[in-house]
Ligand binder design. Structure first.
Ligand code: DON
Length: 562
């Protein structure tokens, strides 16, 4: 009898461990419905989360030419199912061309911001194509060509022009008009195309086909590389064939940080500043009573944590070029000190906050989440930087180039398109990756797995933090990307907020605490999240209501017919 109950117990334990290990259901949330469908199609065809990530990334590259693409790059955070799971971080960030120098965007001794924003001189060497090849060959189950099929079809058959496309094109109209090939592809007689018009990209379909057939050398060599380099040169850029041939993705150790209650944050390490900012903010908040606080008090704690974390961003850069003081920045005593310095009632003006400690001496936009039935998962943020990137398309390739070079401190004394202060750690050098805010992230515990991320430039870490706090507060998944947002990035010393975030009385109370408030005209961000509750065997994705994205669930597979 005793033996029987022992056996029963063993069975129960084994079953519950199994239940925790595999969600059974699969889920996708992405910024575009066509990309979500591409992910579901790939999963249904037997692909795992990594194959689906390739399909979704490539479909986003076609359906959202304003947000990401083969001419850009990004970060993929991976969870490989297992007990314990393995986490990986694929850095497919763009790299500065080898001929780039610190004064690349200075003319007559003065910085010229346009040069790092529009046209091919603003473009860094793309990383996304190499990222897709790496994902498929190392982690996928399907051939790359299969996972690229939905994107190739979308590029050939066309996608409809939607509300977001039109808004982004309007914002970049002058730059798009300046480049004949971009205007031909993305505008209609020099104007923003009508909604529901069809955007066909046959040359991009051909470029994707070459990638599918030849792998990396289908993009970084041969016909595509030659067309890219000659177009960049003709437009005043400095790319060489060697820049393309030399491009490599880098697998880096993800940033891992233990949180309270047996939870762990898994996020983006440098060259992203996002993971560090999230770890620091969460660690500071863990020492403050934010959870039970009324809205103004809670916002106060969150803003002050963000202010301190964004200050320390200035110490970070490409880890292949500068040593980032991660140990010091994530040291518990240091973070306790930061929390202690927060006045519970008054804003700390950024000007009186001591500068970030000088630890370095002596050395040196779209997002998606996907979970498969086995428990493999990917959170990825992909970018070409500003909408429509550098607004420059290499003729014959359909490849719209990024303007990620603007994420460097082109002027260490100045700031970039997001108002982020320059820093010596992030100056331009040939082959270096610009510092990023992109923060694909997980929080995992024995009971739950949650994935987060969004585009939004410097506001990415603050958006992801707000969603994480909502998760930690036990709020419904749909609320995480929907909640009203606010943001502080140390400099400028301004508290930005979306319309509707604070009531007039709350705004007044915050002003009374010493904050300079800026109510934004529009809402921002496009967060895609998912929760796998292992105990409840529940999987739930959610897509930001601000965008046109779609979240979808693939139910458990029906048992095979006998
Ligand atoms: O890497 C970065 O931080 C930026 N290039 C991200 C740009 C972005 O999110 C634009 N989206 N709205």
């Amino acid at each position: 009898m005793k033996r029987l109950s022992l056996l029963f117990l063993l069975l129960l334990v084994t079953c519950s461990a199994w239940a925790a290990e595999a969600p059974g259901k699969a889920a996708v949330a992405s910024a575009h419905p066509a990309a979500t469908v591409a992910g579901l199609e790939t999963l249904s065809a037997g692909g795992n989360a990594f194959d689906a990530a390739v399909a979704i990334s490539a479909a986003l590259a076609v359906a959202e030419p304003y947000a990401s693409g083969l001419g850009g790059g990004g970060f993929f955070l991976l969870r490989q199912a297992g007990e314990p799971p393995t986490y990986r971080f694929i850095d497919a960030r763009e790299r500065a061309p080898l001929a780039a120098r610190a004064d690349l965007y200075r003319r007559g001794g003065k910085p010229d911001p346009r040069l790092s924003l529009d046209g091919p001189l603003a473009a860094a060497i793309p990383g996304l194509p190499a990222g897709l090849v790496h994902l498929a060959s190392r982690y996928g189950r399907l051939p790359l060509a299969d996972s690229l099929t939905p994107a190739i079809r979308l590029a050939r058959d066309g996608v409809s022009v939607d509300r977001i496309y039109r808004e982004r094109a309007l914002g970049r109209l002058a730059a798009l008009r300046d480049d004949a090939e971009s205007a031909r592809l993305f505008l209609d007689q020099g104007e923003v195309p009508e909604q529901w018009g069809l955007l066909r990209q046959p040359q991009l379909a051909n470029t994707l086909e070459r990638l599918a057939r030849y792998g990396s050398s289908g993009f970084y060599g041969g016909e595509t590389a030659e067309k890219l380099v000659s177009a960049v040169h003709a437009g005043g850029g400095i790319w060489t064939l060697r820049d393309l041939a030399d491009y490599q993705v880098v697998e880096r150790a993800p940033l891992r940080f233990a949180l309270q209650d047996g939870r762990e944050l898994i996020s983006a390490p440098p060259p992203s500043a996002g993971g560090v900012a999230l770890a620091q903010s969460l660690a500071i908040l863990q020492q403050l009573p934010w959870r039970g606080a009324e809205p103004v008090q809670r916002s106060h704690y969150v803003i002050e944590a963000l202010r301190r974390a964004y200050r320390d961003r200035g110490l970070l850069g490409d880890p292949d070029f500068v040593a980032s003081p991660l140990k010091q920045l994530l040291n518990p005593a240091y973070l306790q000190g930061l929390a202690k310095g927060i006045d519970p009632q008054r804003a700390t003006p950024s000007s009186v906050l001591p500068p970030a400690p000088a630890w370095r001496e002596g050395q040196h936009t779209t997002h998606f989440v996907v979970l498969d039935r086995a428990g493999n998962a990917v959170a990825a943020t992909l970018s070409i930087n500003l909408p429509f990137g550098a607004a420059f398309t290499a003729p014959g390739t359909g490849v719209l180039l990024n303007n990620e070079m603007d994420d460097f401190a082109a002027d260490p004394q100045g700031s970039n398109a997001y108002g982020l202060a320059g820093s010596p750690a992030n100056t331009i050098a040939g082959g270096k990756r610009p510092l990023s805010s992109m923060s694909p992230s997980f929080i995992e515990s024995a009971e739950q797995f949650a994935a987060f991320g969004t585009p939004g430039g410097s506001r990415i870490p603050s958006m992801v933090l707000l969603a994480m706090l909502d998760y930690l507060d036990g709020k419904p998944v749909a609320n995480w990307p929907a909640l009203s947002r606010y943001h502080h990035q140390y400099l400028p010393d301004v508290l930005q907020y979306e319309p509707g975030t604070f009531s007039p009385a709350q705004a007044q109370a915050l002003q009374g605490r010493g904050y300079r408030l800026e109510k934004l005209e529009r809402r921002y961000g496009d967060q895609q999240v998912l929760l796998w509750d292992k105990r409840a065997a529940r999987v739930e994705p959610a897509s930001d209501p601000r965008g046109i994205g779609a979240a979808a669930l693939l139910p458990e597979q029906a048992p095979a017919a006998r």
